[in-house]
Design a protein around this ligand. Sequence first.
Ligand SMILES: [Zn+2]
Length: 587
Amino acid sequence: MKRSALVSFSAALALLSLAACRGTPPADLILLNGAVYTMEEDHPWATAVVVTGNTITAVLDDDAEAEAYRGPDTRVVDLGGKFVVPGFIDGHVHFNNAGALINDANLMAVSDDDGLVKEMRRVTAILGEGEWISGGLWGAYEEWSLGAEGAGEKKGERWTPDRWVIDSVTTANPCLLTSFDGELFLANTAALQAAGLESAPVAGLERNAQGAPTGLIRRGSPALARIREVRTPKSHERLLAENRAALKALREAGIVEVHDIATPEQTARFAELQRSGELTARVWLRPDLSRGAELVSQGFRMGLHPETKQPDAFLRYGALKGYIDGIMGTHGALFFEPYDDQPGNYGHYRVHTSSDSAMMVEDMDKMYGLIRAGVEGGFVPNVHAIGDKGVALMLDLYERLKNEGVDLTGFRVIHNQVVRPSDFPRFRQLGVIAEVNPYHISDDMRWMEERIGHERSKGAYAFASMLEHGTMLSFGSDWPGTSAAEYHMHPKYLIHAAVNRTTLNHTPEGGWFPEQKVSVAEALKAYTINNAIAAFEGDVRGSLKTGKLADITVLDRNLLEVAPADILNTTVEMTVVDGKVVFERGR
Ligand SMILES: [Zn+2]
């Protein structure tokens, strides 16, 4: 029943498009003289795209033919040979956190006083007087370079800041920043004063030789609790401002849709931004798997708007997001054999797959029940599984559901960071999508072999093996990242990582496990049409075809022709969402 509802929604959109082109009203936008890569197999290349309203009304091989669509108010853009692709669809973001990293402190790459001061200056310029600065994760990148590179190298001294470093640039804003591991916090003088801590003998405050608090506060201490008590939460306006900053970043990166791991609060903000006409990216919401039964009981299902409960092409519920295991960054991903650098540690489960507080005892029936409840109400599951055992358990569970007659269309295993050889064929056999996050390669390769050894690393981010086995790939960025790493969202980073398998500095030469490189064409597919299909809307979006919704990205260079090392220099020139130009370089 859920499928038929989705199909009729898609059919309605298609009919609207047909109605728009029957009377051939003049176009609103004509893109001419482009290298148009359509992602349509029977018509892969074109030079012109005609847009009327929110719909593509023609994809042409001859610019002169586009003249027929020209009216007095038509905007005609000569692309000068630039590269045109269907708008990028990011299959995996944490939108809410991304905005916070843009408008609040981001200290992941900061490991000295100068860097800290610079970042505080940037943030105070954004925030109003009196607003608290939070976030941070200072030292995350420093920790890596100390930890992983060059075995036997002596660990250097970790940098720790103090309040006097930032006081002069943060007089109007109290700060509570955190270290990458959450062990230490830094309060500035304004924050200490607000909590009455400047001279109070409260436990958890670090003091210097003269007995003055340095601003450093230990995790879980009474002093930290005091500061948190007086800290004013972010206002609704501030959260909206963070959202606007994240939307701007998406427009500038050519992203037309995100599949977002959204909280109920963020969902409400999306709806508010949509009402005010500011939602410039489509959003496919992925609420937590545990909310399935509740959403179903409220009359929601996939494809419906979170407030109106009507089909909506901009903001609607998508899959339910579940979790099997932890993450590689914290040795939490679940493996059949222990981590090489942590003997005895196999990783751990998550709240959807375990019932004990330590998350060590497997309870896949718990996840089975949650998925069943969602599936019966018209939701599919998209489940995080990172270690080889996590992935195998997820495939086992999907197989069980399939054997019970469940249609697995649109079911995803998310991340698939390490897959054991015998599991590669199972994605195709089950008809399950492998959602992957290519940029993790550029990051994780630094310590992957140290943690799981060379042999298991052969199955790490093994996109070529997945494709060889006929797996449908869905690309996502995982923007903005974890406490261990920042993940970039701009498509150039994801495509670079998948095609070159090197860091941003182009190391190692030739790529990390180069046999797993994929072509630019495969990367583009996983980033456009595949993600539209993965959201059950492949018939209305995801490629450049007459009748489809006009989501278009223009890049400065033809990625199918540039040298692989040049991919990272790509810039987005124009982003069109639902027929509207939402970003244009230099305008
Ligand atoms: Zn994620």
